[in-house]
Design a protein around this ligand. Structure first.
Ligand SMILES: N[C@@H](CCC(=O)N[C@@H](CS)C(=O)NCC(=O)O)C(=O)O
Length: 194
């Protein structure tokens, strides 16, 4: 299987983490979504990650790719039944944190005159609110085995810290302590943005 991903994408990182946790060997193909001609032929949305299966079938969107990898992987599921609506809601907060962080970055690298202060403030506020919410729910991140909400919190915070610095820590000391411990896990360390 081949995963089209990139060195800084939090969504590709999610798929890489799930593959590692389940002992699934993936060929990782570095792909720049803004320049790749091949990508649009695989995914009409022209977004990474994309997973191409051995039979040529194409899956895209990190949610779908992660659920697929979990369904074929060895070891315990990262999508347990227990408490699933609540942990899945928390998963979407972590995923949305990553989305807001990516969108803020995309605004910041636009040429002068094309940036929108309104949109940047909207993404910044979304990041702050998501961080505060994860801080409120940090006990649920600390307890129990690895789950997709924890993976999404790590990829969201990881992108915020990589692109926008450590300010988020001021609002969330408990979350920062959890994150500093969690990110030492092998699958997280190996996939950190660079
Ligand atoms: N909902 C998608 C989001 C994917 C996404 O936004 N990928 C970014 C890279 S981090 C991308 O390909 N951006 C290209 C663009 O915006 O044109 C997922 O979870 O897979």
């Amino acid at each position: 299987m081949k995963l089209y991903t990139g060195p800084t994408t939090p969504f590709g990182r999610k798929a890489g983490i799930v593959a590692r946790e389940h002992g699934i060997g993936l060929q990782e193909e570095v792909c720049n979504p803004f320049e790749s001609g091949e990508l649009a032929g695989l995914n009409p949305l022209k977004l990474i990650p994309v997973l191409v299966l051995d039979d040529g079938a194409v899956l895209h969107d990190s949610h779908l790719i992660c659920e697929y990898l979990d369904s074929i992987g060895a070891g315990p599921t990262l999508y347990p039944e227990a408490g699933r609506w609540l942990w899945r809601t928390r998963m979407m907060v972590g995923h949305g944190l990553a989305e807001a962080s990516v969108q803020l970055r995309l605004q910041q690298v636009l040429p002068d005159g094309e940036q929108s202060g309104t949109m940047m403030a909207r993404y910044q506020n979304r990041i702050s609110r998501a961080v505060v919410q994860l801080e409120k729910e940090v006990e649920a991140l600390i307890e129990g085995p690895l789950r997709m909400d924890k993976i999404c919190a790590v990829i969201g915070i990881g992108h915020v810290e990589f692109r926008h610095g450590e300010e988020w820590r001021d609002e969330a000391p408990g979350l920062a302590a959890w994150y500093d411990d969690a990110r030492r896990r092998q699958s997280f360390a190996e996939t950190a943005p660079k």
